[in-house]
Structure formats: C-alpha cells, structure tokens
Design a binder for this molecule. Sequence first.
Ligand SMILES: *[C@@H]1O[C@H](CO)[C@@H](O)[C@H](O)[C@H]1NC(C)=O
Ligand SMILES: *[C@@H]1O[C@H](CO)[C@@H](O)[C@H](O)[C@H]1NC(C)=O
Ligand SMILES: *[C@@H]1O[C@H](CO)[C@@H](O)[C@H](O)[C@H]1NC(C)=O
Length: 899
Amino acid sequence: MRLPLPLVLLLLLPPCALSSQPPRRSYSTHDYYVLEHLPLGDASLDECVSRLGLEVIEQVGELQNHWLVRRSKPSPELFARTTADPILELLQSFRQQANAGSIHARFEDARLPRRVSSSIKYLEPQALRQRVKRAPPPVHPGNEEVKSNAREVASRLGIQDPTFTKQWHLVNDEYPEHMMNVSGLWEEGITGRGIISALVDDGLDYNSDDLAANFYAEGSYDFNDHEDLPTPKLFDDHHGTRCAGQIGAVKNDVCGIGIAYDSQVAGIRILSGPISDVDEAASLNYGYHNTSIYSCSWGPADDGRSMEAPGYLIQKAVVNGIQNGRGGKGSVYVFASGNGAQHDDQCNFDGYTNSIYSITVAAVDFKGLHPYYSEACAANMVVAYSSGSGNNIVTTDVGKNKCATTHGGTSAAAPNAVGVFALALSVRPELSWRDLQHLCVRTAEMINPDDPDWETTAAGRPFSYKYGFGRLDGYSYVKAAQAWELVKPQAWIEIQPIQIENGTMDILGTMSGGAPITAQGVKNTVTITQDMLVQNNFEKLEHITVKVWISHTRRGDVEVELVSPNSIKSVLAARRRYDSANTGFPGWRFMTVKHWDENPVGDWTIQVNDQGSEGEFGNFLGWSMTLWGSTVDASKAKLYEVPVLETLLPSPQEETVITTSSLALTTATKSFPKPTSHLPTDHGSIEGEATMPAFTNKPGTATPTAQDDAAAPTESIPSESSTPTPDEGWFPDMANLVSSQKWVFGAIGAVIVFGLSAGIFFWRRAVNRRRRAQYSTLSRGDDVPMSSIARNGGVSGQGTKELYDAFGEVSDDDDDVDEETGLTGGRPQDRSPGGLGFHSGFLDDDDPESARATQATYRDEPEDVDHLRSHSTLPSRIPSPSSSGSGDGSWEHASQQLR
Ligand SMILES: *[C@@H]1O[C@H](CO)[C@@H](O)[C@H](O)[C@H]1NC(C)=O
Ligand SMILES: *[C@@H]1O[C@H](CO)[C@@H](O)[C@H](O)[C@H]1NC(C)=O
Ligand SMILES: *[C@@H]1O[C@H](CO)[C@@H](O)[C@H](O)[C@H]1NC(C)=O
C-alpha cells in the first residue's frame, strides 16, 4: 500500500511530537470531529479529510491513526435546529454510493466514495462535557489536638512540617489501627523516589512551596485552557492541589507531607470547564511513558440517577494506557468510588469506577467506619482513609504556604491509595497494572468484622460492597509487593449475548422482546466448562463483567444479581430511589471483583428483579458475560481490542469479521453530570457506621413514592446550599439543559452508524476478495444495516445538534478565550458566518514541521477544486437540509464547487 510521503513522515513522527502542543480549541467557530483513519485503506488521511471538507488539527493524544479534525461552523441562518450533521451525512452518502456501486458489475462510479469510506473507520462529532469533582465543600476545621505518637514519628524522621501531627491518615494516635500505615516504610527509606503520579483534576499549584520541588512539569498539561502548565485559575480550583499534596507534598517546613514525599506529581487539568472526549482521551495518556499512575477523583454525577460510561475514544485511550503506558507495564488508573451513597448511588453505575482497568477506592473515616457518602458496589476494590466521624484530611492547599484542613470525600481516599502504589512501584517498578490489583486483593485488611456487609468469597477472602476487600495498609502492601511474583498476561472468556425470549436492541437503541420482570424476577443461566478455560488459555479468574439489556419504566427499581457456581452472589445493581429514568439498561456493563480467584467452572445465574411498584414494569432482554483472568501459557497471550457493536442484541452475525477489523462505537448510555459534588458540608462531622449492609432493599419492600422523587438530589441541593459552594462548581443549571436523553441515542447512533457501515464495508470487501464475482451475495449482506443507517441519519444529526445547543448556552465562547471561557460566554447563534471549503493542501507539504505550522492558518477558500472536479462521482447534491438555504458559504457552496 502506497502512502503519500508527507503522511509517511507524519506517521513516523513520535506521537508525542504531534501531541505535545495541542492547539487551543474554538468550539464557537468550528465543529470538531474525531476521525479514525485506516492507514491500509485506499485513501490517505489527507484525501479523506479534504473530501469531507475538514482539516486535520492533530493526533488524538497517544492514539495512533485517530485524528482531531474540524471545519468552520457554517453561518447559523443556514441551519435550522433540526439540521442533520452535514459531515456525517456526506460520509453516509459516500458509503451508500460505495455500496451501491459494488453490486454492479462496474466499480467506476463508486471508486471515490469507496476509497474514502473504506479508509474511515470511525467519525464522531465532539461535544463539550463537564466532569464532577468528588470533593467535599470546606467544613469546620478538624481536631486541633497535638498527637504524641505522630510527634515521635516526626522526630525519628526529622519531619518539620507543621501540620504533620494533624495528618491522622499518616499517623493516627487516637485510632492507631486506622491510618495508611506508611511511616514504617519511610523509616526503611521507601519514599516513592522516581515514581510520577498525575493528578487528572482541576490544576496543581506548582508554585506552592509544598509541591514545587516534586512537581513534574513535562507530564503536566492544561486541557481546559490548552496551556503547558496546569495553573489553578478558578476560585474553586483547589481540588487537584489538595490531592497532589496527599501524594507528593515535600518533606520540608510547609504544611504536611505526602505519602510518597519523594515522588513526583504532575497536574493534568480537565475539570475546570467542559472538555470533549478527544481531550479527555488525550489526558488519560498524557506523558504515559514516564507517568505511572493517573489519580482520578471525578466522574459522572453522584446523584443516584446518572448512569454514564466512557465513550469509545476514552475506552481506547484507557486500553492504550494499560497496554502501552509505562513501557508496556500499563498505566495505573485509580478512581474514587463516588460520594453519592446517601442518594443510593453505586459505583457500578459509573463506567469509570466499574472498569476492570481502574482500581476503585472507596472511603473509610478515621475511626475506620463507613462514611455515609462513600459509594458501595461489587467493583470496589479497597478502601482508604478520608473524612468522617469528626475529622478531615489535612493536606496542601493552593497558595505559596497554605494548608487545607477540610479535604475529604472519596476524592481524598483515591490519592491516599495512589501514594501507596507509588511507594510500591518505587521498589518494584516492573509490577504491571494487574499486579497492583492482585496486591490490593491479597493484602487489604478486614475492618469492622461485625459489619453485616461482609461475606466470604469462594477464594476464602472477606469482601464487602462498602469496603471491597478491606482497608489498604501501606506497610502490608509494599512488603507484599517486594515479594510478589508477577502475574501472567491477561486472558478472557467471552460469552456472547444471550437473548431472552427474543429480546433485541437495534442500532438506535430500540429494545423489544424479552421476558417481563415478574414478582419472582427473571433468571437465566450459562455454563462455563473446563473446555472453555482450555480453549481460551484461561487459568485464574480475576474480574467479571456482565452486560445487560433491560427495558424498564423506572430504572431505579431494577435489581441485578449474579450467582456463581459456588453460590457466591454479586449484587450488580441495587435499588436507586431517585433514578426514575425510563431508558433501562441498553447494554450496560457491570463489573464485579467478588469472584477473584474463584473456580469459574459451572453454572452462572443472573437474576433480574424489580420493586413490583404499581405501574412500573420492564423486560429482561438479554445479557452477556466476560471472565477476565490470567493466561495458562503466557506466550499465547493476546492483546485485547476494544470491541465493536457491543450494545447490539443479538450480536451481529459477522461480528468476528468486524472485530478483527476493530471497528468502533461507544458503550451504553451517556449523560452529562450535574456539577454538584453531592457531598453535603457535614461529610467530615457525621459519625460513620459499620452496622448496615450496603444494599438493604428487598424486592417489593420499598415502593418509591412521589415524595422520594420530590426529594431527589437535583431538587434538594439548591435548598441545602443556595449559593454554590466552591466544590459544587459553576454549572448548576447545566443538567437541566440536557434533561432530555433523546440526543444521547442520537449521538450514539451517529457513531454506531459509521462504525457499523464501515464494518459491513470491510466485511463485504473481505468477502468480495474471496469470491470476486458473486456480487449478489454481497448485496444481501447489506440490506439490514443500510436501512438502519438510512433511518438513523436524520435522528443522529438532530441529536447532535441538540447536544450542541444545550451546551451552547453555557459553553459557547469567543475566538480568543476559547474553551476556558466555555463557562462565561455567548450564545450558539454567535457562530461565525463564513463558508466551508476544502483544504487539502497542507499535508502535501514535504516538511512536516511546516505542515504543522500551516495548521494555524486554515484557509476557507477551496483551493484544490480542479482536483476535486476530476471525480465526477461525488454527490450531485449534498443530502443536507442546508442545501435548501442560501448558496454561499455552506455545504451548498461546497457541492457547487464540486460540480
Ligand atoms: C503497620 O505497619 C507496621 C510496621 O510498620 C506493622 O507492624 C503493623 O502491623 C501495621 N499496622 C496494621 C494495622 O496493619
Ligand atoms: C521521560 O523520561 C526520560 C528520562 O528521564 C526523558 O529523557 C524523556 O524526555 C521523558 N519523556 C517525556 C515524554 O517526558
Ligand atoms: C422467538 O422467535 C421464534 C422465531 O421467530 C419464534 O418461533 C418463537 O415463538 C419466539 N419466542 C417468543 C418467546 O416469542
């Protein structure tokens, strides 16, 4: 396959050379897309983007062949609110022509559309989204007493930091069994030297005297303002700095010290404004050769009604991280479990915390009790110390010499775990991301043994939804790490989706069929055989993921449980009082670590129940399960690829073919988080508990009432604090703007459509190569997907537009301020007028440096029209409502140029 020289040069550049200086975004003047290019396709990246009227901005973070592309926004008058996305429409029309062409004997007419559409694996519009910090708002200061034991440690180690004796999470004099327990390691000289942790957060005050000496600038970046340094700028940008202090605060005379006080900390700023998937994906791989751990104390809203998972691009970045980060040992992603327990929120409704690639950390307080905010779920791995029962976390704050005394929430638990992992990696840098998880499972210590939430697993370990495998003890962890024998590579067994009573979900998310959820619930069983283990080179079980398709008029009523062959039950979903969504579980993925090291051979039963509430009902349509573990034969290990078409039920027949060409789509539902922290001001003072199971409700016992709904978090928060406290962020109204979920399926549909049609295309092409003359067999394969696509086009476009408009009101901005002021700005109507044109020239430049330089001066004038005219096969009319508008500066204009 011949590639144009400039493209070859671009591909040869190390990825970081392209991504080291991401240009500022201007969502007010441009529409952004992510395009996944197939380098082995027939058309170069250059050609693909120019045919679509786009320009390349940069590679997406560390993801090879994924490109951020953009076009100028057309003038607003030309687009009615319902206008479909013209770029998606244009690509769709290419695909249709390519497919139409292939069923005729002659291919000439379809050559150009085929070249382009066969070279684009994936195209997704980008939208800005806001992530929520999992921090508490400030509260009254904690215990002022000076502790004698902490003093002894300080004097032995020469610690002069003035607030060290208040850092009970380091040395707890009152409850000595409840602390991170790392001072013994410090005395052995284990202080995290050489390890870098990145705080993916709202900035990091590298000017703080407590952080400056440990600040790692090369691994830092501001994805909100697109600047090199993660400077905290908003008045509430103190969260990342406080978390960083817990890990890497310098041992000096300022505030306290970090758990790994000789390690380095980087700041990756993403929470101080809406960002798009492309930047979130880049942030999770930023500096990933040198940075070991990504500390993530944020996620979808913890309101007990959100259910959101990372999209395809972000999943790809995370998988890229665990496969290629840290020299192939894998980036370590640590996520806070969430602060929404009082709203029945559960970390299995958050696709970040229930990812097998994350170490999910919940909180216990300084008495070792469960703080009422800390979320429970089967994906919780360990707990670390944080606020509650009268004490908060004392750490560094934004400012030259400023200390924080009110830090807490699961936000503060995660960095405490990160500190311990940094200590472990400093003595065993070769531990893989899975070794760190194994060490959590094996060394975590049981607390509150009388807590009814504890159960014994088949492997004989105590597990609790609230505490995971228990409290993370720094000393035990690092000692075990020193002696640890590395695990073999990852293996997995995938059970294909099982349809229940002909349950289906199509590409638009429409669910039909399935078994009605009765008072007895609905059960279904699959059998794992010894043979399956052998065939999949599978030795020992670690995580299990379970995907479900459930329709329901009230999602919060649904309960899902998985029971193992050894009768170990994982509650995957328990009742959520405030979740009244009627969108069900459209291929939602749950995760459990409760079966770690269990022998998986035998029958696995899933049971779906609901509350039996009057007027609320649903169907269980189907499920699938994947067992994750270690290989028998490491030399036969495979690299996992992010799967395709994974929310369709049943899975498409040609899936194996499509999977090998690794197509793309997003997972499950997405919604925008509400920017409140969901953690009331009393998070540090309220006494914890150790007497309640995490999930108490039994089917039928708790009928949600109208009052429950009225008291739902969104409505109640304004009354709790009418002026936003710092950690509640800036967008209290944003959630209302996106209350409709329609756009969600629209946007997902847009992605699926192109993933699917590309898949069909490749599959068909592969088939075509095998049986060259049998065109009739090909056309049959086409019918279903293409008709879905045709139906979907308008819907997805509309959805995308709604998405934009919803955010436009709060996030539009002007040229100069860019994304940073997404918060302050204008209206969607402010889109700059001006034409869309073709620009195919800049990649033709032989010098990649100057090619990059020209990106800054994108010209709107078509300049390669002759080149384009030579292809008579382009659509004579672009299928977009915009073409009914005026002729200039629009797609109409572009298509006229083509003719
Ligand atoms: C804390 O570490 C010490 C060694 O410094 C160890 O002896 C002790 O058992 C640990 N504490 C707990 C509660 O595990
Ligand atoms: C990673 O660290 C090495 C050695 O310290 C350094 O040479 C290299 O530039 C760093 N890479 C990045 C991307 O910062
Ligand atoms: C499922 O579909 C098959 C084939 O169309 C049909 O025979 C069967 O009755 C259906 N089952 C149910 C439960 O609807």
